[in-house]
Design a protein around this ligand. Structure first.
Ligand code: TXA
Ligand code: MG
Length: 319
């Protein structure tokens, strides 16, 4: 299969990209599209055969459920059961980088939710995603990478992983956020955070008016099914050095990439030292792999990093 690249970067081509993408999706094909977090691999959320193609294209285990992406709050209600907590979080943070796990409506095919009673729902804020979903209807969309690769934050990343395996990728430029959405599970008595992201625990707790269970911290809340897989990991070894800044005599060679918070970077001009931030983390992981680097060294104090960024670094550093 030849993968079409649909350019949504210019006003002259935007409309064609959306219409062509939506037409392919309605015909049961798989189309990658940008969201504000990372690129998603879309398929019609009400078409079990189309959803099956997503699992095949990514090489994704069938026990890992997908997020259903919709255009607005009214559409959330046609996919799942929204209690008062869900309504409040949706009205505060959606459209935006938040995913809510709620009791599913029977209309969502079991394959999308890996057989679970619950469904994960999100309203992406990216104009391409919004326009596409408005035309195509609800879409399942995992991150548009091969399973086990870092999530794609540019159309080129999607193409590198999935060219020949999907019908099209819509190019909307680099993703603003760069790490995946915060996932909050509202299916139990107490709300739980299954995956940290740029919408923080504190912000969510403020809206809920009660503390969140934090899966990764307590160990007694199951993580999102997808969190058990080795994720977000480049081939290069990622090592997190707990230090306020890289050592002055840092040994830089062509096999090493260094990441550190912005304020230290300019001390190492000319070296392979880059700013540690959500928006470029995965792109740098991919660059390190393309350049066949041996290691990615990260110098930072965990307390100066947001939980979402720290989580992705820890995952990538797991052996
Ligand atoms: O930012 C994002 O969320 C991106 C963009 C494309 O929207 N999507 C994304 O999807 O990261 P994916 O499939 O790569 O990650 C979805 C996560 C997985 O860890 C999955 O296990 C979890 O959400 N998840 C999905 N449905 C669930 C459910 N019913 N219960 C618990 N966890 C669920
Ligand atoms: Mg993913």
């Amino acid at each position: 299969m030849q993968t079409e690249i649909l350019d949504a970067l210019t006003p002259a081509t935007f409309q064609y990209a959306i219409e062509r993408g939506a037409r392919l999706l309605r015909a049961g094909e798989v189309v990658a599209f940008p969201t504000e977090t990372v690129y998603g691999l879309g398929a019609d959320a009400l078409n079990a055969e189309a959803i099956a193609k997503v699992f095949v294209a990514k090489g994704r285990p069938s026990d890992n459920p997908l997020i259903v992406h919709v255009a607005g709050i009214a559409d959330l209600r046609s996919c799942g059961v929204l209690d008062d907590r869900a309504e409040r979080l949706a009205h505060t943070f959606m459209p935006g980088p938040l995913t809510l796990v709620v009791l599913s409506n029977p209309s969502i095919p079991l394959i999308a939710r890996a057989g679970l009673q619950t469904v994960a729902l999100r309203i992406p804020a990216h104009p391409v995603a919004a326009a596409l979903i408005t035309k195509s209807g609800p879409l399942v969309a995992p991150s548009a990478n091969l399973s086990g690769h870092p999530s794609p934050t540019r159309a080129e990343h999607v193409y590198d992983d999935l060219s020949g395996r999907i019908s099209a990728v819509i190019d909307g430029g680099p993703c603003r956020v760069g790490i995946e959405s915060t996932v909050v599970d509202l299916s139990g008595e107490q709300a739980a955070i299954l995956r940290p992201g740029i919408i923080s625990v504190t912000e969510i707790e403020e809206v809920l008016g009660e503390p969140l269970l934090i899966a990764s911290r307590t160990g007694d809340v199951p993580l999102a099914p997808g969190m058990k897989y080795r994720h977000y990991a480049p081939f290069a070894h990622v090592r997190l050095h707990i230090a306020s800044e890289p050592p002055a005599n840092l040994l830089v060679d062509s096999g090493r990439m260094i990441l550190t918070p912005a304020r230290h970077v300019n001390k190492f001009i000319g070296h392979d030292v880059h700013t540690l931030q959500e928006s470029t983390l995965y792109a740098l992981f991919r660059e390190a792999d393309l350049r066949m680097m041996r290691e990615i060294l990260i110098y930072a104090c965990p307390d100066e990093l947001d939980a979402g960024l720290l989580d992705r670094i820890r995952k990538a550093a797991e052996e």
